[in-house]
Design a protein around this ligand. Structure first.
Ligand SMILES: NC(=O)c1ccc[n+]([C@@H]2O[C@H](COP(=O)([O-])OP(=O)(O)OC[C@H]3O[C@@H](n4cnc5c(N)ncnc54)[C@H](O)[C@@H]3O)[C@@H](O)[C@H]2O)c1
Length: 356
């Protein structure tokens, strides 16, 4: 029986609910600096222990694993503290905001043998299962180009938040590339099976209303010679969208940009050299963010993705094997975004991505 503590109770609540749906684990503590929030959630979800600082969680010997769902700028230090205290870690995106913190998380997880997983739940989206298999099997041939987009109107994210919320606080604003960016880049990199070696990026110069960047576009060169484009926009006037496309010598994949809700169906588009008579992309209707083989009771705000992610995290601990997005794998997605952000912040230019 694994014992879990959830730190940060916004998105952390989804993790709490996900682990409570699974056997072989128990959520034994919640932690948030907002004491009334932590108490309310503990009562509602029948969690026995409430903490208001992470140090107390880490000192609790009855806790095996910690979910870090605190603001972006705290993930690196919280993961380092948790691994140092001997806890397994499931961390929200991004892994950290600095290369130094990423390196320290890799070193700690490898030295201790503890499980570290970065939680990009989009890798468990049902709409991407089949195309990932086809790409891994080489069905689309050598891949030469891919696109990943995270398009999310920031009004939807922060309009109900207090004026001093971390996402819009000028001292700790959420950035485009390290905010929604990991959903775009980590998922695309997983689809393409590449490592990025160079990045350059531009911020759109329109100011945003939220002390963060309106839109950022990054171009990345992969170790295979393929090129990718990542777009993250908080200012686009359109419904939420996670878009991917991947192009190979034998075929192409494009996800719809008109995606419907997590629990609905969506359309993927394909083209293949062997169907050379086709003059239209081939549409396939697939489940969006829910796995139809899982009970509907396991659906949360993001469909079944968080439950599958929690399952995989527990399995990695039980089987003493690397998590799906283990520390090095997480760094292979986050360090390119740190480098691309550096490029955009300095007005463009190539930044070499260090190998972790
Ligand atoms: N994977 C996803 O789809 C997804 C969705 C939403 C948010 N997130 C990520 O989750 C993280 C949290 O975002 P959110 O929307 O839940 O924000 P939020 O502000 O709603 O929740 C964060 C919580 O952390 C608490 N907190 C702040 N500092 C803390 C500390 N030092 N110790 C303990 N608790 C602390 C805050 O009081 C707050 O309740 C962010 O990194 C965000 O990017 C991921």
């Amino acid at each position: 029986m694994h014992t879990i503590a959830i730190v940060g109770l916004g998105q952390g609540l989804s993790h709490l609910q996900a682990f409570q749906m699974l056997p072989d684990c128990r959520v034994v503590a919640v932690c948030d600096v907002d004491a009334p929030l932590a108490t309310k959630i503990a009562q509602r979800y029948e969690v026995p222990t409430v903490y208001t600082d992470i140090e107390a969680v880490l000192a609790d010997r009855s806790v095996d694993a910690v979910v870090i769902a605190t603001p972006d700028h705290l993930h690196g230090q919280h993961a380092i503290m948790a691994l140092t205290a001997g806890k397994h870690v499931l961390s929200e995106i991004p892994m950290a905001l600095t290369i130094d913190e990423c390196q320290r998380i890799i070193a700690l997880s490898e030295r201790t043998g503890l499980t570290y997983q970065m939680g990009n739940q989009v890798r468990y989206a049902a709409c991407l299962h089949d195309i990932h298999g086809l790409l891994r099997a080489g069905d689309l041939g050598p891949l030469f180009y891919g696109e990943g987009e995270y398009l999310h109107d920031y009004h939807d994210i922060v309009d109900e938040r207090p004026a001093d919320h971390w996402r819009i606080d000028p001292a700790t604003p959420q950035t485009t590339l390290l905010g929604g960016g990991p959903h775009a880049l980590d998922t695309l990199r997983w689809l393409m099976g590449v490592r990025f070696v160079e990045a350059q990026a531009y911020h759109v110069s329109i100011p945003s209303a939220w002390h963060t960047t309106h839109t950022t576009v990054a171009i990345l060169k992969a170790d295979t010679g393929a090129v990718s484009k990542i777009t993250v926009s908080y200012g686009m006037q359109r419904p939420y969208c996670l878009y991917y496309s991947v192009y190979g010598s034998d075929g192409s994949f494009e996800r719809s940009r008109d995606q419907s809700s997590p629990m609905a169906e969506t359309t993927n588009y394909y083209s293949h050299r062997k169907l050379s008579g086709a003059r239209r992309l081939i549409p396939a209707t697939v489940p969006n963010w829910y796995n139809p083989r899982m009970p509907r009771t396991m659906m949360l705000g993001h469909g079944t993705m968080e439950v599958e992610q929690a399952q995989r995290f527990l399995l990695a601990i039980q089987q003493h094997r690397l998590a799906d997005i283990h520390a090095r794998e997480a760094a292979d997605s986050i360090v390119p975004l740190i480098c691309a952000l550096q490029s955009a912040d300095q007005g463009g230019g190539v930044v070499a991505i260090p190998r972790m």
